[in-house]
Design a binder for this molecule. Structure first.
Ligand SMILES: [Fe+2]
Length: 279
């Protein structure tokens, strides 16, 4: 687990809504990746003024011929045979191209991207090829590498007054192989119970959902509460697509919606609302 120094985000007004887009499981390079929709969505997010982005891992499919999940019929149709000779760089180029609208101008900075996690797909190929692909992606995007999971604090700073508001975050690519809504929710809740962060984010199970926990406590005014929002961050991989299916189809995985999670926050009060970005 990685633990980070705070990330400062300068905002106009701490009482106005700000968006945190948590998106991963793009699986670029897979035939089932909804790449056109992903590109269009990232362009729209890139144009938003009050928004930051957290990348949740499994951005590329990262399955090579020596992997028993490899299926040539499940590879994206714009890949050439020779691209398999340098599959990691082919995918990192694709990831960088999709993420381009999120990044800062010509200076090559991270822009809206506050960090990138690695997923199990990056990790599996990293082990086989002795190359840290999670870090390679973050380096290419000019953003912070968050490892498989990370604890960090976002500090919203109001431009004119320099007033500050904090939000503690735990983000992980995630674990488990739950296929039902109840099983997925349980896995998310396990992470929420494990950490004391205001916002808990997980990917991996290819769905969007939220769980809110409210803990009551006595305050000088009477009943107060501490709330925690847990969010599962979606996917842009279609389990089923026309033509030959990949390993997901053969294992009978659920068909899942395409999209990602957006958390809208009022920094001054730490009130948060979850929504699904699917178009
Ligand atoms: Fe995934």
């Amino acid at each position: 687990m990685q633990v980070f120094t705070p990330t400062e985000i300068v905002v106009d007004d701490l009482t106005k809504p700000y968006e945190i887009h948590a998106t991963g499981d793009w699986h670029l390079g897979a035939r089932g990746c909804a790449e056109n929709r992903l590109r269009a969505t990232m362009e729209r997010v890139g144009r938003k003024r009050n928004a930051i982005v957290l990348l949740m891992g499994d951005l590329g499919e990262f399955i090579i011929p020596s992997d028993n999940r490899f299926d040539p019929m499940a590879v994206c149709q714009d890949a050439k045979v020779e691209d398999l000779g340098d599959w990691a760089d082919f995918l990192i180029d694709k990831i960088a191209s999709v993420a381009r609208p999120l990044r800062g101008g010509s200076a090559g900075g991270p822009g809206k991207i506050i960090g990138a996690l690695k997923g199990n797909h990056e990790n599996t190929m990293s082990v086989k090829t002795h190359r840290n692909l999670g870090r390679a992606i973050a380096d290419r995007l000019g953003c912070r590498y968050l490892g498989y999971s990370g604890l960090f604090t976002l500090i919203f700073v109001e431009k004119s007054t320099k007033k500050r508001a904090k939000l503690s975050v735990f983000a992980t690519h995630g674990a488990g192989n739950a296929a039902t809504p109840g099983g997925k929710m349980q896995r998310l809740k396990k992470y929420c119970d494990m950490v004391d962060s205001d916002l808990v984010l997980m990917g991996h199970l290819h769905d969007t959902m939220k769980v809110t926990s409210i803990r009551l406590r006595q305050t000088e005014e009477g009943i107060g509460n501490a709330s925690q929002l847990g969010v599962m961050t979606g996917t842009y991989l279609r389990t089923y697509s026309e033509g030959e299916g990949g390993y997901g189809e053969m294992k009978g995985y659920q068909a899942t919606p395409i999209g990602h999670a957006c958390i809208t926050i009022i920094p001054a009060t730490r009130e948060m609302a979850f929504s699904e970005v699917s178009l």
